[in-house]
Ligand binder design. Structure first.
Ligand code: ATP
Ligand code: MG
Length: 416
């Protein structure tokens, strides 16, 4: 196996076998699946270029590199700026191991010669990489024999990692963030929580609004606040619009009044109104827990028409599992589940299949009571009504559970 650390500081010799300098860095072009070494950065006398084409170099028996071209014919490699410098940009940096779903530090990089190219194929995140870097790997092996402890070499394949560095490099590596975006938002959230501010920014920049919204919903209040603090108003507004209004209200409720107002001014009017309404409720009441996105239909439809309506409404509703039937004044006439709907003949009037005895909670009900109702009846959501019995929203099971479950259990559940 070839490692970057084997090259760093290795001698570079010319055609006449004379030492002309040493290796400073290897430059790669990011490609899928593996980045390709394109150039070599030299530490040499001023007569030689700083960076030369990898094609001018031959790998020798030992670790030294031999120039294939006469030194006077060497030219400065033109595209050094666009390349990723392995030692400078990746070594010692944090990356995301998308298989293990965690943040790790790059202790060494594994290279592989293939098809006349040198490819970056793996990342060493184990202690062995550190020893190799210090040039004491052999000592490490001896220590292993003496102490019986292993200094493991822990390699992960390059296609399983996602660099998170936020500077210029990340732009070049952006392509790789696709791997991250494909993970479950709860997993992205966990990774985001392990990172510092700059790296979080880099990740959020690479996510689209929907995924960013889902990820933000899964992070702790503290981290949410930190992330929001670093987003500009427009982007924050876009992400909050993609969220369920109750979640958006929760997050906005924790911000300073000034910031809240500037963000809400940047939001679409309809979304901002929903949030505004929810912000008016006490946080630890059913009103504070509920979302205003639910499915309500008039009693005149049949089962088939109701399914059609669901298809239209789906993108905006947080939960479509229950369909509520309301009159013109938002009074609840009945409820039915998706299952009830699907097993019914399309021509059946919904008044014939709906459940007329609807269990509700009041706007000012306490979270524990809401959770108790849901646990008793095994509902996935429960409607919230005002003093005149008009439907205002629903509390979904996840939000009800969140308030009654101790934080430790929630973290456990997430870890699973
Ligand atoms: P499954 O249990 O297979 O998921 P289901 O149709 O039995 O499907 P449940 O969530 O168990 O769905 O709901 C049971 C019944 O409770 C449904 O018929 C539904 O219409 C009714 N229901 C839902 N919400 C309320 C409510 N707030 N008040 C009264 N009944 C409700
Ligand atoms: Mg059931």
């Amino acid at each position: 196996m070839i490692f970057l650390s084997d090259f760093l500081r290795a001698d570079v010799i010319d055609i006449d076998q004379r030492r002309v300098g040493s290796v400073r860095d290897l430059l790669v072009r990011i490609e899928e699946p593996y980045p390709v070494v394109m150039a070599l950065a030299l530490r040499a006398s001023s007569k030689l270029p700083d960076v030369i084409d990898w094609g001018a170099v031959r790998m020798g028996e030992s670790n030294e590199l031999a120039l294939d071209v006469h030194t006077s014919n060497l030219e400065e490699y033109p595209a050094a700026k666009q390349m990723v410098w392995l030692a400078r940009d990746i070594l010692d940096k944090q990356i995301v191991d998308t298989d293990g779903r965690r943040v790790v530090r790059v202790n060494d990089l594994q290279l592989q010669a293939a098809d006349h190219k040198l490819l970056l194929v793996g990342v060493d995140i184990g202690a062995r990489g550190v020893l190799r870097r210090l040039g004491v790997e052999r000592l490490g092996r001896r220590l292993t024999r003496i102490t019986g402890r292993d200094f493991p070499q822990r390699l992960i394949s390059w296609d399983a990692v996602d660099p998170v560095e936020s500077d210029e490099t990340s732009v070049k590596l952006r392509i790789s963030h696709r791997k991250l975006a494909k993970m479950h938002p709860a997993d992205i959230a966990e990774i985001v929580e392990q990172l510092g501010g700059r790296d979080r920014d880099a990740i959020f920049q690479s996510l689209d609004d929907e995924v960013a919204a889902d990820t933000l919903e899964e992070t702790s209040d503290e981290v949410q606040a930190q992330i929001l603090a670093r987003l500009d108003d427009e982007r924050a507004a876009d992400i909050l619009e993609a969220m369920a209004p109750d979640e958006a209200a929760n997050i906005l409720g924790d911000l300073s009044e000034e910031r809240r107002e500037t963000i809400m001014a940047a939001m679409e009017e309809e979304e901002a109104d929903d949030v505004e309404e929810l912000l008016g409720y006490e946080e630890d009441t059913a009103g504070g827990l509920m979302t205003t996105e639910f499915v309500a239909i008039p009693a005149t439809l049949n089962a088939g028409q109701t399914i059609d309506r669901l298809r239209e409404l789906e993108p905006d509703a947080e939960s479509i599992y229950y369909v509520y039937i309301v009159d013109n004044d938002e009074h609840l006439l009945g409820v039915l589940s998706l299952r009830d709907l699907i097993v019914a003949k399309p021509s059946t009037p919904i008044t014939g299949i709906m459940n007329e005895r609807v269990v509700t909670v009041m706007l000012d009900a306490e979270p524990e009571d809401v959770a108790a109702v849901m646990a008793k009846y095994n509902f996935l959501a429960v409607p919230v009504v005002d003093a005149d019995d008009r439907m205002q929203g629903i509390v979904t099971i996840d939000d009800a559970m969140d308030t009654v479950m101790p934080a430790a259990v929630r973290r456990r559940a997430r870890a699973l």
